[in-house]
Write a protein that binds this ligand. Sequence first.
Ligand SMILES: C[S@@+](CC[C@H](N)C(=O)[O-])C[C@H]1O[C@@H](n2cnc3c(N)ncnc32)[C@H](O)[C@@H]1O
Length: 332
Amino acid sequence: MPAETHTPVMLREVISALKLCDGGVYVDATLGRGGYADKMLESAHCQVIAFDRDHAAMAAGQRLQQHYGQRFAMHHAPFAHMAQHITHPVQGVVFDLGVSSPQLDDGARGFSFRHDGPLDMRMDQREGETAADLVNTKTERELADIFFHLGEEKRARQIAKKIVAQRAQQPITRTHQLAELVRSVVKGLHSIDPATRTFQALRIAVNDELGQLKVGLAAAEKILAPHGRLVVVSFHSLEDRIVKQFLSARAKPAATSRHLPVNDNQPKPSFTLVGSQPHPPPMPKAKPIRAHARRAFVWPSARRPPFFPQRRLHDPPHDHDLVPVSLAGQRL
Ligand SMILES: C[S@@+](CC[C@H](N)C(=O)[O-])C[C@H]1O[C@@H](n2cnc3c(N)ncnc32)[C@H](O)[C@@H]1O
């Protein structure tokens, strides 16, 4: 199909790790502009069921539907809900975490400090609090926690203090307003825009991205058939940590002691690790691919996004992890 405006990252590696088979059913948990789904459908005579919280992704999905007919289906829903929509085992699930270039480039969505727009940042604009809601209602302490824990921003307290002082004069409603405020606090020479971390933190909080990821991984585990594959492309250390903890918990047997009686009820490992590869090709310097350039700008660590393919082994999903976890909620 004709290329879309978003260049999918690690497409070759993702397709190879999924080990697509004719007749298989695969989940693209983060449809975006459909780059992964398109390649999956092109690479094997399989079916793809896609999810995205963003209504803009549904337009890309319609193009795929027109082209591939019943081999493609999509849900305008968070991937944390995938197990509610999919009742038959699937052969693979892929997550490409974060936001897409078109989302960042559209000032009206409020994700980017580069384009002025309403301070929204919701992936699903049908519901939930906007970034402006958080910025104008959270306490100074709560804001500092968000910036520190979700953005790893060293000047979190000073930024929060300035926000609280400024909003007492006038609500903060625009991306450029917030970006300028942050830049006035985080001074000096930086390889990235000083507002980067604050914006990343707010976006993660607004969309409960870490809570979504925890529930989404457990949901994927639930719907994967034995020997099905889980592939995750993550972009910053907070996501990496969650994915790695999930994988190591699922890939090794629960700790036992030779002094204790054998407990047959302990969960068996449900995955085996197939591989964890950093992004092999270096960043092209002269003319970076757009998606890479964007990601490198927002999250420098994205130059080498971790990549986690996993093979499903056994069949005991860990239901306790399906309890939604809201990291932002816990910390606030
Ligand atoms: C990096 S883009 C995916 C790009 C896609 N692989 C492609 O080839 O175009 C991430 C997408 O995931 C979506 N997304 C992020 N978190 C989500 C969630 N919890 N549930 C569903 N979609 C989500 C975003 O709206 C965005 O469209």
